[in-house]
Design a protein around this ligand. Sequence first.
Ligand code: GLC
Length: 662
Amino acid sequence: MILKYRKGNPIPTESTVLNINISENIEFFNKHLSNNNMLINIDENTYVYGLGGSNRGINKVGYKYTSYCSDDPVHTEDKVSLYAAHNFFVLKNEKEVYGIFIDSPAKITYDIGFTDINEFRISIETDSYDIYYISGNSIIEIVREYRKLVGKSYLAPKWAFGYGQSRWGYMNESDIENVLKGHNENGIPLDMIYLDIDYMKDFKDFTINEERFPNFSQFVSKMKKEEIHLIPIIDAGVKIEKDYDVYEQGIENNYFCFDKENKPFVAAVWPGQVHFPDFLNKDARAWFGNKYKFLMDKGIDGFWNDMNEPAIFYTRAGIDNMFKTVDKYRNKENIGVYELWEMKDSFMAMNNSDKDYSSFYHNYNGQILNHKDVHNLYGYNMTRAAGEQINLISPDKRVLLFSRSSFIGMHRYGGIWTGDNFSWWSHILLSLQMMPGLNMSGFMYIGSDIGGFSGNTSEDLMMRWLQFAIFTPLMRNHSAIGTKDQELYRFKNIDKLRNIVEVRYRLLPYLYSEYMKSILNDDMYFKPLSFVYPEDEMAYNIEDQLIIGDEIMIAPVYKANSKGRFVYIPETMKAIKFTSSATYEEKIYEKGNYFIDLNLHEFVIFIRQNRAIPFSNIAKRVENVDFNNFEFLSFGKSTYEYYNDNGLDKEISEKNIVKYEI
Ligand code: GLC
């Protein structure tokens, strides 16, 4: 059951699709909410799950999280805000279980036993908001109920479940061709190559650098013949440049965010000075979204939206402040350490500053709103702009779309990647821990930069990372310019890396089926163990294993120099240890704790009793995976409900499920 409480006159977010009547007198809020603050007593048996794309563990207790979409590339443990603002969580203690969804674009802080170990404090930085209280018998039931409220998740095309190679720094056709060659010559499966900002002319959205890509359409179709999809990036900021059509049209129609003098707001991102399209203005949204047609007409069928928090490198005000600070000390002979820090801070303060975010405005259905009050809606509405128009441009076929910044509601238009991580072992674990929270919020097409975006990766890190990432719907190797090359063919044991990706392709009928069913049934693709085994106390301690669908458990190795790992087996399961893509060893484990030996190239899945999963052929492209004929990996007499379709239809239906008895 869902109860809705409203305070004041909230800014509509369009996050929800159901109309729930407002209740005046909700016991839960009477008890816990006052002056825009919520206080919930917690103890050592309280578990808090959710908050979507937020930092730290699966169970959120013990830290503080602020919903404020932030372009922060250094995801260390202390960070309170990452790229997303997903205000849905479920709390479970010995007495009760319930879900809370705060529908507000405001900054919201969840201090979950951080300041006071027995208090969960929520502060909402506005006087107007909607909050939903969602009850149910189990966490899964509550998640389903909430997901009905926010609507069906975005459907990615089946081909987007292939392996993708990306790198900031692929400059031209020949760089892309070499990537394809590297994969083909080494037999590494591949379905997508990503185009980062260098395909554009001077980082201008919806342009092509013709020196680097002299005939883009032809190049796209040449790649299509090889069954490779090129996926270009689109950035939020539009370069200020006379005669650049996107800029000119934006100016002419007042489609850009504006400052207090009603002039288009100026900030600097990759292209230098830009204006930000006012994605909260529905006409601007339709206009910008329609621009994707420029690339779709050239054969493009997938996009990633970036820098849409929006990221700001600097504004004139920030630069002026920095120079003023520096000038203050320019002629000083002996600069003190605090003065030095003040100068340093003035540089740092230029990036994504709250001051800048407070100095521009949106026209939201005729209402003029300060950006800081709707900041969290920006990336969401950029991807919505794209999604809404792409649906019109391509009414019959799914198009790949995912975003960096997001808010609940955006899950209906696209997936997300978790942004700029590092080549750190801890980031394999962070990626795993983010997945269930994202699924809870409704984001199903998700993944992280494999191998790590910043920093230099190593072969063992890449190998272990892949062994987890073969299970994420979005499987993309991506890295930053200036870092060590990390395409799989750059390493020594290419055959071993290839084997891992090949297992992904063999599992695709299963992974795709689970993805589709999770959307159809408002279910979770990745579940923490405690959601599946709520009676098992040990399950609540497990922060590094996940259940996929209803059938398997994964327990990836995420530590350096490990020849295996401890695994908690919550019920009798059959381990399938992959020693290559064609060979595996089976072993049955009773409930308990075990150390599972896993050499660097080996990884394991655990099949639950009376469950089976389809396991197909080895293929180099999704197109060549046989989605109709496969064997089953099974444990005992089992049934499997298999979802399959042509991977492009926009209709999702139970009719596409076939029941197999194994
Ligand atoms: C941002 C993105 C990253 C991209 C880079 C250059 O940092 O998060 O994925 O490679 O910009 O476009």
